[in-house]
Design a protein around this ligand. Structure first.
Ligand code: NAD
Ligand code: MG
Length: 297
């Protein structure tokens, strides 16, 4: 764990490779990773930047979504999280952390590859929280496959359903509830700009998310609803150890960046806070990179 506000050397602030091989079945659990990821549980300090807002975060149980959920709650927001039923142990911890911050937590497990579930997810969030101001489309599927010849139609379809269709379905259901000042934040990737050979399907979906973000920002600008994306580089999350990378790449995960290590989820949550808060009022249709020095934007 690292204090997030004192001046430190970012190279030595967190764990660096080599890491242990640690395969998990997808979607994986943060609680079973070595070292445990830092989602800001012990460090994130809020200053009321999202006081009274109501947020829905997909993939809010672990990784980047969990760090965002903790930060939003400590900034004064009530938070609904979506995740897969197999992730209940991670999700329970997030619910406790949101409640410990004195905010309302709503846990809505379910598979976002299903359009009717996406509609239910938004309707339940709006009912439980009494509205919606911040939508964070963050859930994602990533499974590395070396050759296009081994990439199945089933995987291609599941990756697009999770990363692209669900974003469309959830956002479509949410827009009628959003008022001027509301924000939508999507999670893209450096893979949209510098795709890896073994992430052929995933990288395409992350490009889709950039185009979706920029197009929708143009649609919703006049309504006063902002739409932005974050493009992370390598972050230490279950997505990566549960098939997002082959295990030999996990051993050296993040070593290729100028900072020489992966990012921890706690290090990217402040970007999601900024994009949700009124402080970023002129940012829409933007993609914010956070990649340790490699990749774009
Ligand atoms: P993570 O495994 O902690 O989060 C991904 C979440 O997606 C899971 O917790 C799960 O709840 C959710 N999910 C997957 N399939 C789902 C489904 N069918 N229905 C409902 N929920 C589903 O990993 P993370 O790295 O924090 O991922 C968050 C986002 O960040 C993803 O969009 C990912 O593509 C993106 N991203 C991650 C990295 C990285 O290096 N970790 C880099 C760039 C982008
Ligand atoms: Mg998870």
């Amino acid at each position: 764990m690292s204090d997030q506000t004192s001046t430190q050397n970012p190279v030595t602030q967190y764990s660096k490779p080599p890491f242990e091989r640690q395969p998990q079945d997808p979607p994986g659990l943060a609680g079973q990773m070595t070292p445990l990821p830092d989602h800001g549980e012990k460090t994130y300090k809020g200053t009321g930047r999202l006081l009274g807002r109501k947020a829905l975060i997909t993939g809010g149980d672990s990784g980047i979504g969990r760090a965002t959920a903790i930060a939003y709650a400590r900034e004064g927001a009530d938070v609904a999280i979506n995740y897969l039923p197999a992730e209940e142990p991670d999700a329970r911890e997030v619910v406790e952390l949101i409640e410990a911050a004195g905010r309302k937590a709503v846990a809505i497990p379910g598979d976002i590859r299903d359009e009717s579930f996406c509609q239910t997810l938004v309707a339940d969030t709006v009912r439980e929280l009494g509205g919606l101001d911040i939508l964070v489309n963050n859930a994602g599927k990533q499974q590395a496959v070396d050759s296009i010849l081994d990439l199945s139609t089933e995987q291609f379809d599941a990756t697009f359903k999770t990363n692209v269709y669900a974003l469309f379905w959830i956002t479509k259901a949410a827009v009628p509830h959003l008022q001027p000042g509301a924000t939508i934040i999507n999670t893209s990737s450096v893979q949209a700009y510098d795709p890896s050979a073994n992430l052929l399907d995933y990288a395409q979906t992350k490009s889709c998310i950039v185009a979706f973000t920029k197009s929708l920002a143009k649609q919703l600008g006049e309504k006063g609803i902002r739409v932005n994306a974050v493009a992370p580089g390598p972050f230490w999350t279950p997505l990566q150890v549960s098939g997002g990378q082959p295990q030999d790449a996990i051993e050296k995960f993040g070593s290729q960046t100028p900072l020489g290590r992966p990012g921890q989820p706690a290090e990217i949550a402040p970007v999601y806070v900024l994009l949700a808060s009124q402080e970023s009022s002129y940012a829409t249709g933007q993609v914010y990179g956070e990649s340790g020095g490699a990749g774009n934007p």
